[in-house]
Design a binder for this molecule. Structure first.
Ligand code: NAI
Length: 349
């Protein structure tokens, strides 16, 4: 039997290691490309049966057209978020599947790491001590105990983040378009509207998906409602925050700080080494100048456990499609919330 060929876009060494290990069970012929997928690079998919992509690969109508010309019938995302796919353009042309959950704990733990780093000035302390400076002035932090954390998006990651923060003795308030009343009752979390969450919270952590509705969810208006020492944590997607409004709030010292694992224009910078070159993006460059801003380069998912689960589920999605004619974890334009309701039974179309 002919081996199934899969072209992987935008890969790094850690992807290759995790997928090579998982592929021992599947035996697919994998081509690892470093190039990101876009309308210029889509031709590179020629000859593949399926392609595998990541968060900053773009599938727009042009890319769908090129992939279709090369008879590609399946795109598998090795991530949970799918805001980079034009599902309407792909509908009934190319099936799309994602990894709906791999290790929500990995992302929640990273969000909490960012929060503690910010509130206890660990990023400054680390640099000082490395240079033999043990002075504590300027490092006075804040307790989390008995403060209020606002969780925006209480899905898998938001819930775990809330529960970890509850363990610190924080009060948890939350906003979600589809609140989970049973979970809220069990954990003592209070759902309220987003304005109230912003007014009451000392910490705000973002865990909703990026959709048309959530684009620039945290904008100038909501920032103006927040407490002056609020810490904003974003491990969701960059464009959940209007970054220019955030910079303006930071400049006015209106908010306490921000810790960001994602940035709305991250596509050109994140996952690449820019250390020897000037950063042309003035908003990103400005963010990097604030002492109360921490940025990590979209690494919340990056644990051994998560990479291994991502590889296993991605290859299982492919095997479901090519070997059994079903597509677990399908996402499509047609289904509620973009998640195919027939995912465990059959393909959507
Ligand atoms: P999930 O689907 O389990 O939860 C998302 C929650 O957001 C749901 O409860 C949903 O009802 C809620 N929601 C949907 N629309 C909303 C709206 N308009 N306003 C408020 N809430 C809304 O997703 P999960 O697994 O918790 O992931 C959340 C997001 O985290 C993903 O969409 C992805 O963008 C991001 N992510 C980031 C990673 C990183 O490495 N930084 C890794 C994995 C995910």
């Amino acid at each position: 039997m002919q081996r199934i060929k899969i072209s992987f876009f935008d890969t790094k060494r850690y992807d290759r290691e995790a997928f090579d290990a998982a592929n021992k069970q599947f035996g697919y012929e994998i081509t690892y490309l470093e190039t990101k997928l876009n309308s210029c690079s889509a031709e590179m998919a020629k000859g593949a049966d399926a392609i595998c992509i990541f968060v900053n690969d773009r599938v727009d109508a042009d890319v769908v057209r090129i992939l279709e010309q090369h008879n590609i019938k399946l795109i598998v995302l090795r991530c949970a978020g799918y805001n980079n796919i034009d599902l309407q353009a792909a509908w009934k042309k190319i099936h799309v599947a994602r990894v709906s959950a791999y290790s929500p704990n990995a992302i929640a733990e990273h969000a909490v790491s960012l929060l503690l780093t910010l509130t206890r000035h660990i990023h400054h302390a680390y640099n000082r001590v490395r240079e033999g400076n043990f002075v504590l002035t300027g490092l006075v932090g804040r307790n989390l105990h008995e403060k209020t954390a606002g969780i925006i998006g209480t899905g898998k990651i938001g819930k775990i983040t809330a529960e970890i923060l509850k363990g610190f003795g924080m009060n948890i308030v939350a906003f979600d378009k589809f609140p989970d009343a049973a979970w809220a009752e069990k954990t003592g979390v209070a759902y309220m509207d987003i304005e109230k969450v912003c007014t009451k919270s000392d910490v705000i952590s973002l865990h909703s998906p990026l959709t048309r509705e959530t684009y620039h969810l945290i904008n100038e208006d909501l920032l103006s409602l927040m407490k002056h020492d609020v810490c904003i944590i974003n491990t969701g997607r960059g464009a959940l925050i209007d970054t220019k409004a955030l910079v303006s709030a930071l400049k006015k010292r209106h908010i306490g700080g921000a810790a960001l694992d994602v940035y709305e224009e991250e596509e050109d910078y994140f996952f690449e080494d820019w250390s020897g070159t000037a950063i042309e993006d003035d908003t990103l460059a400005r963010l990097l100048t604030f002492p109360n801003v921490i940025i990590t380069g979209h690494q919340a998912f990056l644990t051994h456990e998560a990479l291994s689960a991502i590889a296993q589920t991605t290859l299982s999605n492919i095997s479901g499609y090519v070997e059994h004619n079903i597509l677990p974890n399908e996402i499509c334009y047609n289904c509620e919330k973009g998640i195919c309701m027939k995912k465990t039974m059959n393909r959507c179309w």
